[in-house]
Design a protein around this ligand. Structure first.
Ligand code: F3S
Length: 400
């Protein structure tokens, strides 16, 4: 791998211990994947922020990197943490966990990372442009950046994303190369898509079918003409979760689609397929859910406004988390949505989400509109799940 003089000097330790460790990580990655050189990155998005995932070893490593003089060279933002950084007590987060989580955030901020704590960085001060090279880690945001924005990023791990932030570089391989960004299979969607939960179910069906066929082909999705930002982010989250995919093409939407040819090989997603995918994410009965959550990926302001409209003047009967980013919450405060939501008994869970918070085993069953949240609720938190339409999640949570 050819390194520039500056990259060599980072590797030699001239820029401090942390930059040296970071360059070692990237050089090793580059070697594994056969990269010929490093590319400068425009921005970084770091996952592995929750202490629930990092544990003591992760916290120690981050502290060492901060103590070793680590400083970001490009804009870098954070994925959700394990708790609302300001209001963790209201979510029932234990004090000892909070103390560790705050130390994680302190290590990141000491290195110059902006603690946005959101999985929708493209809505909160980290919006890439087409053609830019990124080093992002959150799988749903990676898929969004590649598919909707036309930026280029591999799905980084926590250490490689931090290493990219501290050096401003990433090895050139995978999704950064033209030949790995070509569509490999056409997916014809005849199923009607209305709700965010439909887009999540679509991602599940496509992802699982490609996985089952042992294919990592980038799907060319035909038949999905128009969708909202909220629906796209739901599709991105789910297709990345169930298929490990970092990109899809939507003709007329994906910036790079114009230069590509639809692949001949194809399969179809029907209304029946969608119904089956949705049904497979519901193993709890109506009335069994004791935990409700909307905001995977993090809610946009229009979604918060919708929830406020549905909850105004009503009461929820169960624990209900509204998960979003700090900037969206601040706008919600200003516009009166927070008041309406909190008066109902629902809680904002800002900076965090129902997957990365330490709530394993705390509830019996969770209701949500997110196919991705269902996956982790079951696999990580051991909850039963109910995949419902967005409005139905709110309605089922209400006092009857
Ligand atoms: Fe975001 Fe948490 Fe879902 S990080 S995509 S809300 S699992």
């Amino acid at each position: 791998m050819i390194l520039t003089p500056e990259e060599q000097s980072m590797l030699a330790g001239d820029h401090g211990r942390a930059a040296q460790t970071a360059m070692r990580i990237l050089a090793a990655l580059g070697k594994i994947y056969g990269a010929r050189r490093m590319l400068p990155v425009r921005s970084v998005q770091i996952a592995g922020v929750s202490y629930d995932n990092l544990g003591e070893a992760g916290l120690e490593w981050l502290t060492e990197m901060a103590d070793g003089g680590g400083k970001v060279r490009v804009p870098a933002t954070l994925n959700p943490a394990g708790m609302d950084l300001e209001n963790w007590q209201a979510l029932g987060i234990p004090a000892d966990f909070a103390e560790k989580q705050l130390r994680v955030i302190e290590a990141f901020t000491r290195m110059g990372v902006t603690p946005t704590c959101t999985c929708t960085p493209y809505l909160a001060c980290n919006l890439p442009q087409a053609g830019e090279t990124l080093a992002w880690a959150e799988s749903s945001a990676v898929c969004y950046a590649n598919s909707l924005l036309g930026a280029r990023t591999n799905r980084e791990g926590g250490p490689s994303a931090l290493a990219a932030a501290l050096t401003g570089r990433t090895p050139e391989y995978g999704m950064l190369l033209d030949q790995n960004r070509r569509p490999g299979i056409t997916v014809i969607v005849t199923a009607p898509l209305v709700d965010t939960s439909d887009y999540g179910a679509l991602g599940k069906n496509i992802g699982e079918r490609l996985e089952a066929a042992g294919r990592k082909a980038i799907p060319w999705i035909a038949g999905v003409r128009e969708a909202t930002l909220e629906q796209w982010k739901s599709l991105c989250a789910s297709i990345a979760t169930y298929g490990g995919l970092a990109m899809f093409y939507i003709p007329g939407v994906t910036p790079e689609a114009a230069g590509q040819t639809p692949p001949r090989e194809s399969f179809t997603v029907t209304a029946d397929d969608l119904r089956t995918a949705k049904a497979s994410l519901t193993d709890a009965n109506a009335g069994e859910a004791d935990f409700f959550s909307l905001g995977c990926p993090h809610l946009t302001l229009p979604e918060v406004a919708r929830i406020a409209g549905l909850l105004r003047g009503k009461r929820v009967a169960k624990e209900f988390w509204i998960t979003t980013s700090r900037p969206v919450k601040l706008e919600a405060d200003r516009l009166g949505y927070t008041e309406a939501i909190e008066a109902s008994g629902a809680k904002f869970a800002v900076d965090t989400c129902c997957v990365v918070a330490p709530i394993r085993g705390r509830f019996r069953a969770m209701a949500t509109d997110s196919a991705k949240a269902c996956y982790y609720a079951s696999s990580k938190n051991k909850f039963k799940t109910r995949l419902l339409d967005f409005d139905a999640v709110v309605n089922e949570a209400l006092e009857k």
